[in-house]
Design a protein around this ligand. Structure first.
Ligand SMILES: Nc1nc2c(c(=O)[nH]1)N[C@H]1C(S)=C(S)[C@@H](COP(=O)(O)OP(=O)(O)OC[C@H]3O[C@@H](n4cnc5c(=O)[nH]c(N)nc54)[C@H](O)[C@@H]3O)O[C@H]1N2
Ligand SMILES: Nc1nc2c(c(=O)[nH]1)N[C@H]1C(S)=C(S)[C@@H](COP(=O)(O)OP(=O)(O)OC[C@H]3O[C@@H](n4cnc5c(=O)[nH]c(N)nc54)[C@H](O)[C@@H]3O)O[C@H]1N2
Ligand SMILES: [Mo]
Length: 687
């Protein structure tokens, strides 16, 4: 009898991760009992990471918010009382309307704050974007993660495009550059392992001796923010040894003479000095890369976003993205570079988000990384109106945005009206006036792209919404109605939005049947040039950058807080992801928090001894912006001079109600207006 009531439903992992797995949810009598990797989807290969295999623990978490809540205490106290949807939505609509009614541009005092809590195209920016466009609210510059590197590859290669990930398995040399693939891109690591078994050499370039670095043949532990110097030094050696594909350079690149001249300024000794490595390591790396040209072997680079969270992050990605052209690596399908594949997807964004609803209005744009400062700005000619209302969804800025003391101060403003759409009472939700309970991926429709492979995925709801939860789209549909937005686009349902996301480019019936569909793309996209840049070539020199008065060629730009530049704060701190959390998501899932233990700072024995700090003790990490306490472990994972403050804990689940972002700064990168989380000097003392 039970068997008859057991069904399986095809879904997609919604999380901000390159892997975007296809999963199968088993449902018994309306209850999701397990979530497993879809064996029929080649990229997922039947396996999920530990976090997402526990997805039902998240959906049925005892602390999940199941009804709307209204603040019942001072800002940030976390005290709430239940309230009906009717009262909550009625009050929110009235508050927003009162702001918008003040004049033509008045709605700019309202700001959406969202990121990739779900990567779904429908529960992300569809009805929500339409709502804010119609309102004329401030636009959010969604740059907290990938925009430095994204702009860099757009300038150099023409977009977030590159190698097809499946062909990494055939590469003979793989540079894993600024990526802890085992932790954050597990399904890529599977392919790298396959290449390794077939004789490939794996080289990890990362200040941290990560789990991935442990399993590579070589590890180059450079100082944070010195990758452009390493890439230019690699070019220097390729030039000196004439390991160059002159034919490829001539036909398919722009600006080689200039880049050549620049690279010749980076001999191994200078690189060694700047990067804090041995000159021989650069020579060996160059030899390995150059020999791929000599032997006709494919050389691949998997660069990830970890290395672009510093002042010169954009230039560093530009320098790395140039490398394959020097040795003609693009000629092979297993050669080239991959940062992100997301521009391969023909998403109908304008249809989903409807920028035309702005109807000629041009509201200002607020950078999500400077939310701390921006919430504290008053009305001025330069800034426009002070921010009066904030609607947060798919993000937890209190935990993830830099310079937390400013963020906390901003969210604490009694005159700020804050609405948070959430699954849980996160650090951010603590500061809400209303918390609106949202559905999880098991309860709603969505459609996905991936930034680590090239398949479209569909997510079907496996269970009915738990408690009184509503989808993000439904919440914005109902708010639209209450605001008097009558265009039928505000009533469009989720399944129809899923169908609209790719228009005719994808066979929706195939998605319904299989849960995924593979884009038809060339095997070796740039074997014969054809880069989607203005010149059609790999642009070492960017006329677009030069036209903005910027350096047209990639260069090494030292960190704002470069190692060695401060006697007071002599340690460089990076704060990479923890394997069992996804940014700040899952920190409240007990079984996963048990694996991570406590907020952790990894420190080299040299630095610990110098400070008389014992492994396992509680330390205080501090700089001029603030401090936080965590458990310190003496570890070879940290190189001398660099500490690894593993991220991103919920503040209230940490040791002292703060997390690593108490120390990070709001300064932005050279390209893409992105954050500089890993450009951060600190000192550490017994706590
Ligand atoms: N388990 C897990 N998976 C995740 C995430 C998570 O939080 N947890 N986050 C997801 C998100 S949002 C993203 S954007 C992606 C990618 O997120 P990334 O930030 O690329 O994550 P990682 O692959 O861990 O890469 C960070 C690596 O870069 C290294 N690094 C730091 N500074 C430098 C530097 O200056 N140079 C170099 N060469 N390396 C540096 C760090 O030590 C770390 O090993 O991963 C996603 N996947
Ligand atoms: N120090 C430091 N800070 C960092 C980073 C770092 O490496 N170091 N990494 C940065 C990076 S790469 C990123 S991408 C950002 C990520 O920052 P965020 O995008 O804010 O990611 P999360 O912390 O995972 O928070 C997402 C929230 O969305 C909620 N959510 C998920 N699905 C839904 C849904 O369907 N509806 C609603 N309403 N809510 C939902 C989750 O419950 C969760 O609380 O953090 C950045 N911050
Ligand atoms: Mo990210």
């Amino acid at each position: 009898m039970a068997a008859a009531l057991t069904t399986t439903v095809l879904g997609a992992c919604p999380h901000d991760c390159p892997d975007t797995c296809s999963f199968v949810t088993t449902v018994q009598e309306g209850v999701a009992v397990k979530v497993q990797g879809n064996p029929a989807h080649p990229q997922t290969d039947g396996a999920l990471c530990t976090k997402v295999s526990r997805y039902t623990e998240r959906t049925y978490h005892p602390k999940r918010i199941l009804q709307p809540l209204q603040r019942n205490g001072p800002k940030g106290s976390g005290q709430f009382r239940p309230v009906s949807w009717n009262v909550a939505l009625g009050d929110i609509a009235a508050r927003l309307q009162a702001i918008a009614a003040r004049g033509a541009d008045a709605a700019q005092a309202i700001l959406p704050y969202s990121y990739a809590g779900t990567m779904g195209l429908v529960q992300g920016e569809s009805i929500a974007a339409r709502f804010f466009n119609q309102l004329g609210a401030s636009q959010l510059d969604r740059t907290i993660c990938s925009s430095a590197g994204g702009e860099a590859v757009a300038l150099t290669l023409g977009g977030k495009v590159g190698m097809r990930v499946e062909y990494f398995a055939e590469s003979k040399l793989i540079l894993i550059w600024g990526s802890n693939s085992i932790g954050s891109n597990l399904h890529f690591w599977r392919l790298a392992q396959e290449a390794k078994r077939r004789g490939a050499k794996l080289i990890c370039i990362d200040p941290q001796r990560s789990e991935t670095a442990d399993k590579c043949h070589e590890h180059i532990a450079l100082l944070p923010g010195t990758d452009a110097a390493l890439a230019l030094g690699l070019m220097h050696e390729l030039i000196q040894n004439d390991w160059l594909d002159h034919d490829y350079l001539e036909r398919y690149s722009v600006g080689w003479e200039g880049l050549r001249e620049r690279a010749l300024c980076w001999p191994p000794e200078r690189v060694a000095e700047v990067c804090g490595i041995a000159a021989q390591q650069l020579r060996d790396l160059s030899h390995d890369y150059g020999q791929c040209l000599v032997n006709g072997h494919p050389a691949a680079i998997r660069v990830n976003y970890g290395m672009q969270r510093v002042r010169g992050g954009g230039n560093a990605v530009r320098a790395i993205a140039c490398l394959p052209a020097l040795i003609g690596a693009w000629r092979h399908r297993a050669g080239g570079v991959l940062l992100s594949s997301s521009a391969s997807f023909p998403v109908q964004r304008a249809a989903l988000e409807r920028p035309d609803l702005l109807a000629g209005r041009q509201p200002r744009t607020v950078n999500m990384n400077t939310i701390g400062d921006d919430l504290l700005r008053s009305t001025s000619a330069e800034f426009g109106p002070a921010i009066e209302a904030l609607l947060v969804y798919n993000s937890n800025p209190l935990a993830v945005a830099p310079d937390s003391s400013r963020v906390v101060q901003g969210f604490s403003r009694e005159d700020l009206f804050t609405v948070v759409l959430e699954h849980f009472q996160t650090d951010t939700a603590d500061y809400a006036d209303y918390i609106l309970p949202a559905t999880t991926q098991l309860e709603h429709w969505d459609v996905h792209l991936s930034y680590g492979h090239t398949d479209v995925l569909l997510n079907r709801p496996a269970i009915a919404p738990v408690g009184q939860t509503k989808t993000n789209t439904q919440i914005f549909r109902e708010l639209s109605q209450r605001m008097g937005f009558t265009d039928p686009c505000f009533a469009q349902d989720d399944e129809s939005l899923c169908r609209m996301a790719y228009g005719d480019a994808i066979d929706f019936n195939e998605l319904l049947q299989k849960g995924f569909a593979t884009l038809k793309l060339p095997e070796a996209p740039f074997a014969n040039g054809g880069f989607p840049t203005p010149s059609g070539k790999c642009e070492f020199f960017s006329a677009r950058l030069a036209a903005q008065g910027k350096d047209g060629l990639p260069d090494h730009i030292p960190n704002y807080e470069a190692f060695g530049s401060s006697a007071q704060f002599p340690l460089a701190m990076i704060s990479p992801p923890a394997r069992n959390f996804l940014n700040s998501t899952f920190v409240n899932v007990q079984s996963l928090r048990d694996i991570e233990g406590e907020p952790l700072l990894e420190m080299n024995a040299v630095d610990a001894t110098m400070r008389g700090l014992a492994s396992g003790s509680v330390v205080r990490v501090f700089n001029a912006r603030g401090d936080y306490r965590c458990r310190m472990e003496v570890s070879t994972r940290a190189r001398p001079g660099v500490v690894n403050g593993m991220g991103i804990w919920w503040r209230k689940l940490g040791l002292d109600g703060k997390n690593v972002n108490q120390l990070t700064s709001q300064k932005l990168t050279d390209l893409g207006r992105a954050p500089t989380f890993y450009d951060c000097l600190v000192e550490v003392e017994a706590g």
